[in-house]
Design a binder for this molecule. Structure first.
Ligand code: C2E
Ligand code: MG
Ligand code: MG
Length: 637
């Protein structure tokens, strides 16, 4: 996945989570706000009711019940006395109106309204008597207690006024308009909204602070991510100190294999441990980022890169704490670029990528420093990659066959299929395009194309009654990371109904521990299907001898460099080659020497008991039609 795609994915995830957190916070705070408003509103109303009750009791105490009994009309002097008494309470605290009511038979009549602007006349039956009755529940005067209630937009409290004989002469009522409570509540609500807004701002601040940190980190390992490394590099560039650094692009060779061995979750644990070790080797002003999968970019002070790579190359990771009985050595691949004064951070990363890419196409050099000539080969590699699929479908890849000869009989005994890219009149050899295809992972398609072409050719020869020989096809080591590799080979074999002994799979000697188990398992499956297998370029890898012991390949192809070295008449080389051939013969494997170009090499190999050879001495790789003729004339003179 590219760094851009990762960033997009990350920011989408970030905004989704941020929005979710904000919505949750908003809902929670709103519920809390409503709850607080309700509680406060209830408390205020209760408090107002209590105050009104107190005032009603005091006002009732101030009115003489006997005087009240004697009042007949508004013009009674007692009326003015009561009015004066009640005016003391008017508009105090939360009081809007104070009034008295007098019992007249069953009727409750209004006596005094303390609000003289709007008071009702004495003796008039209160026009809202029925509503007052409802508000008083019809029994306030009888139970002699102070009551309070809400009535329309008023909160009212009522206290009986007693005459000297203990009878209830009337009721003193106190009203307050609930608007004042509403007004208070409005202010409280505003405060609560302000508080919620403040809390939300704090949440927002925390969330963005959190993301600001998270968005700079790689989610899995906790080291920096690509964007923040580039930002850091840009800062160093602004300070004009970036050229004091080198960039290393580091990749774990065969991580796919490690992942398939220990499983992807432990693969993640493995990466975390690895990133910790890597960061541990860095100084305070050196930086490391993971850019996805097993790829890391390191910004390190110039002169320290060799030391870091040496330490990292010796790294073993012990997985025993995770119930895996494995201590895994971590093989590296690195592209290094020494930053110059004119480079930006992005340039430097690009150049180190070019170096890394170059190291992928050169299996003998895993640590590669950038050289400007690499840019040219990058252009040509990109051209190869861009043209590959079209060329494959339009038949530009053709299969040549190089004969293998049994040197005791001088008879053709097999052939190796070798691919050529035919572009017009130009025949391009595989070494010019296979490394680029291998680095891009495209070579696997080509290998199966060649293998299927071989199967088709064998069928055609059989149809023409031409006796075929065993044909070997080269398969890149990349296939070993594919768990369906063996099945795919068998599917094609079955599709063409080819006798398995006519097919051979050549695998290049594996580089060390990494895909050893996958190689063993693949060879076992081929043995079961009776398809031959061979180890190509034997002697150029690390673990040749143990590989021979453990893996039951049918054929071992000794690399032509063994014979090249013999040119200098180095008797040690000769002895080694003789002994290697003897050992392979003793192990009951067929030994084939590649690259036989002259008579003296041939006689040496005859004496050394090598039975089969392949080389220009007998034939170069031949186009299909020429090889067909060779099949019909298999004897070499
Ligand atoms: P290889 O599999 O080791 O093939 C042998 C190479 O040695 C061939 O080169 C062949 O032409 C060359 N050779 C044979 N006899 C002599 C000789 O007497 N002297 C010299 N100097 N060279 C000799 P070629 O065809 O250029 O192939 C090079 C490599 O390309 C092959 O090495 C193989 O690794 C790779 N290759 C070729 N075809 C395929 C393919 O279809 N798939 C994959 N994955 N690799 C392929
Ligand atoms: Mg080969
Ligand atoms: Mg070879």
């Amino acid at each position: 996945m590219t760094a851009k795609k990762q960033t997009d994915k990350r920011s989408r995830l970030k905004s989704r989570v941020t929005v979710n957190i904000l919505i949750t916070a908003l809902i929670s705070f709103s519920i809390m706000g409503i709850f607080i408003c309700k509680t406060i509103s209830y408390d205020i109303t209760e408090q107002v009711k209590e105050n009104l009750k107190d005032i009603a009791v005091i006002a009732a105490g101030d009115i003489d019940g006997d005087t009240m009994n004697s009042i007949d009309s508004e013009s009674d002097p007692e009326y003015a006395v009561i009015l004066d008494t009640l005016r003391k309470y008017e508009k105090t605290n939360c009081v809007d109106y104070i009034y008295t009511m007098k019992m007249q038979g069953d009727n409750l009549v209004f006596v005094v309204d303390a609000d003289y602007d709007s008071h009702a006349p004495y003796g008039t039956a209160y026009k809202m008597l029925d509503e007052i009755r409802m508000a008083l529940n019809g029994s306030v005067t009888a139970d002699k207690t102070v009551s309070s209630d809400e009535w329309n937009k008023y909160i009212s409290a009522y206290a009986p006024v007693y005459a000297s004989d203990g009878s209830v002469a009337g009721i003193v009522g106190v009203d307050t308009f609930t608007d004042s409570i509403d007004h208070d509540m409005e202010i409280i609500r505003l405060h609560i909204i302000c508080l919620i807004a403040l809390f939300l701002c704090i949440c927002l601040g925390l969330i963005f602070g959190f993301w600001a940190d998270i968005s700079k980190r790689d989610m899995l390992t906790g080291v920096m991510n690509y964007d923040s490394l580039v930002e850091q590099g840009d800062r160093l560039h602004k300070k004009k100190v970036l050229h004091e650094y080198s960039v290393i692009q580091l990749n774990i060779r065969n991580f796919k294999y490690i992942n398939s061995e220990i499983g992807t979750s432990l693969g993640d644990v493995f990466l975390v441990l690895y990133a910790n070790i890597l960061s541990g080797y860095l100084g305070r002003d050196e930086y490391c980022a993971r850019t996805g999968s097993d790829n890391f970019i390191i910004l390190i002070r110039k002169g320290r890169e060799e030391d870091l790579i040496e330490k990292m190359s010796e790294t073993w990771i012990d997985m025993s704490a995770y119930n895996v009985e494995k201590t895994i050595q971590v093989p590296l691949r690195c592209g290094i670029y020494d930053i110059t004064e004119k480079d930006t951070m992005q340039d430097s990363v690009n150049y180190s990528s070019v170096a890394l890419k170059h190291s992928r196409s050169d299996n003998s050099n895993y640590i590669t420093r950038f050289e400007s000539s690499m840019l040219d080969s990058l252009v040509s590699d990109n051209k190869i990659i861009a043209e590959f699929r079209n060329a494959l479908s339009s038949g530009e890849f053709q299969v040549y066959y190089q004969p293998k000869v049994n040197i005791s009989t001088n008879e053709l005994c097999g052939a190796e299929a070798l691919v050529r890219w035919i572009k017009g009149d130009e025949v391009i050899p595989p070494n010019e395009f296979i490394p680029a295809l291998e680095a891009e992972g495209l070579v696997t398609e080509l290998d199966f194309y060649v293998f299927e072409t071989v199967c088709r050719h064998i069928c055609a020869w059989e149809d023409k009654k031409i006796k075929p020989v065993t044909i070997s096809s080269n398969f890149s080591k990349l296939h070993l990371a594919n768990p369906n590799f063996a099945d795919s080979v068998l599917t094609i074999t079955n599709k063409y109904g080819i006798a398995p002994e006519l097919l051979e799979i050549e695998l290049t000697e594996s580089s060390g521990y990494a895909n050893y188990d996958a190689l063993t398992s693949f060879v076992r499956k081929m043995n079961q299907a009776k398809i031959h297998t061979s180890i190509d370029d034997f002697g150029t890898g690390y673990s040749s001898l143990s590989m021979l012991k453990d893996i039951s390949v049918d054929v071992v192809k000794i690399d032509k460099s063994f014979l090249d070295k013999k040119e200098g008449d180095d008797s040690h080389q000769e002895k080694m080659l003789e002994n290697v051939i003897r050992m392979i013969n003793d192990l009951d494997r067929t030994v084939i020497c590649e690259g036989i170009e002259n008579e003296s090499q041939l006689s040496f190999l005859r004496n050394a008991d090598c039975s089969v050879v392949q080389g220009y001495y007998f034939d170069k790789p031949l186009p299909h039609d020429e090889f067909e003729k060779r099949l019909q004339n298999p004897h070499y003179s």
